[in-house]
Design a protein around this ligand. Structure first.
Ligand SMILES: [Zn+2]
Length: 399
């Protein structure tokens, strides 16, 4: 923490406070007019207009812009543009009408990013601040992956990408980060078993895939248990198992199982996929049918850079926020795609005074963070930027 940065932080924070009423008003407008993944162009345009600078288009409806020094290392901050399908039940005066809902807090993140960026334009930033308006966080194809692939981070010299997400399990006024893996790698397992259908009374004349698919479903968790150390988190959950024609006496010829695989270790991800392939193919063979596994690769593991976590936690305290116990889960966020090109920091910002107690969770149609959380998210983003600048300076002087 350098004295210069300390002065900057105080100045930036007081400029940020000026921006909050307009940011909260923007939050209400975005919330009332949510857009689903892939259809966020109007949301991006509204945010860009509120920030008041020119954005370059990226990843379809996405955009990016740079504030501060135009050359040299930069720190990026991400705001997600999309809402979820559903019908809002918050009862808020600015609630959306049917079809889409900002039930993941992205309206809060965008308002925070806007306040932070407008305030940043009036201070002297020591490193570039790259604003990422990211589409398609909730749905594939991932907007983060598209932005990373478009080369924005490398072209802008982005060394650290900062994300802040509201979370129902973190107490209000507190932020949870935690060094190392915080979210899992997520893959979809699509398993198809094919055989020969027939009459239920003459199974010896058929080779139906029902029993094979059932065995595979029960064997999947065992593949994790036999591959990944019990000290490391990993899970397979079957979400869909579809077989048969709805008749008791007709043996089907094909069945499909869909499961999600969550892993925290790079090697675990590969080993479990291999084990599942062997399970599918050999179980099918044992039952006289054929089995096929297709892996639809999703997000990689989301890892928080330990140095950036440590430095930004010092700033969080400085900026008046509390540090909560680290949040780790086998959930996934496509923010992790940025981690393939830069260091990442994802922090979770508290929503409720007393978390738990049956309060609405993320993606619940009743989930509605209070307006004050806009400021907490903005401060959290600021702490991430300042911590990243500290770390970049330390690494430069160590070179
Ligand atoms: Zn979200």
């Amino acid at each position: 923490m350098t004295p210069d940065l300390d002065m900057l932080a105080r100045h930036w924070l007081s400029e940020l406070r000026e921006e909050l009423p307009a940011a909260i008003e923007l939050r209400h407008r975005l919330h009332a007019d949510p857009r689903l993944s892939g259809d966020e162009c109007d949301t991006a345009a509204a945010v860009a207009q509120a920030i008041g600078i020119e954005f370059e288009t990226v990843a379809g409806c996405g955009g990016w812009a740079r504030i501060g020094p135009g050359e040299g290392d930069a720190v990026a901050v991400r705001g997600e543009l999309d809402a979820l399908p559903g019908t809002e039940r918050t009862g808020a005066s600015f609630a959306a009408s049917e079809g889409a809902v900002h039930a993941c807090g992205h309206d809060v993140h965008l308002a925070a990013l806007t306040a932070l960026a407008r305030a940043a334009a009036r201070v002297n930033l020591p490193a570039g601040l790259v604003l990422l308006l990211q589409p398609r966080e909730e749905k594939y194809p991932s907007g983060a992956e598209d932005i990373a692939r478009a080369g924005v981070l490398t072209a802008q010299g982005v060394r650290v990408v900062v994300g802040a997400h509201v979370h129902h399990d973190v107490p209000r006024g507190h932020v949870a980060a935690g060094a190392g893996p915080v979210n899992a790698a997520s893959d979809e397992l699509h398993i198809t078993v094919r055989g020969t259908g027939g009459h239920g009374a003459y199974p010896h004349r058929a080779a139906d895939p029902v029993a094979a698919l059932a065995q595979i479903a029960l064997g999947l968790p065992e593949m994790v248990r036999r591959t990944v150390s019990p000290m490391d988190p990993a899970v397979i959950s079957v979400g869909s198992l579809h077989i048969g024609h709805g008749a008791a006496n007709v043996l089907p010829s094909e069945g499909v199982l869909l499961a999600t695989l969550r892993t925290m270790g790079r090697e675990d991800r590969r080993l479990v996929q291999e084990a599942v392939r062997v399970l599918v193919e050999s179980t099918a063979r044992a039952y006289g049918v054929s089995g096929e596994l297709t892996v639809v690769a999703g997000e990689p593991v989301l890892e928080n850079d330990p140095d950036v976590v440590e430095a930004s936690e010092r700033w969080l305290t400085e900026l008046g926020l509390g540090i909560a116990v680290p949040m780790r889960s086998l959930g996934s966020d496509d923010f992790s795609f940025y981690g393939e090109q830069a260091a990442t920091l994802m922090s979770f910002v508290g929503v409720y005074e007393r978390p738990g107690h049956g309060l609405p969770t993320l993606h619940d149609m009743e989930f509605l963070p209070p307006d004050d959380v806009v400021e907490d998210v903005a401060r959290s983003m600021m702490a991430g930027y300042l911590g990243a600048v500290d770390v970049l300076a330390a690494r430069r002087s160590a070179e």
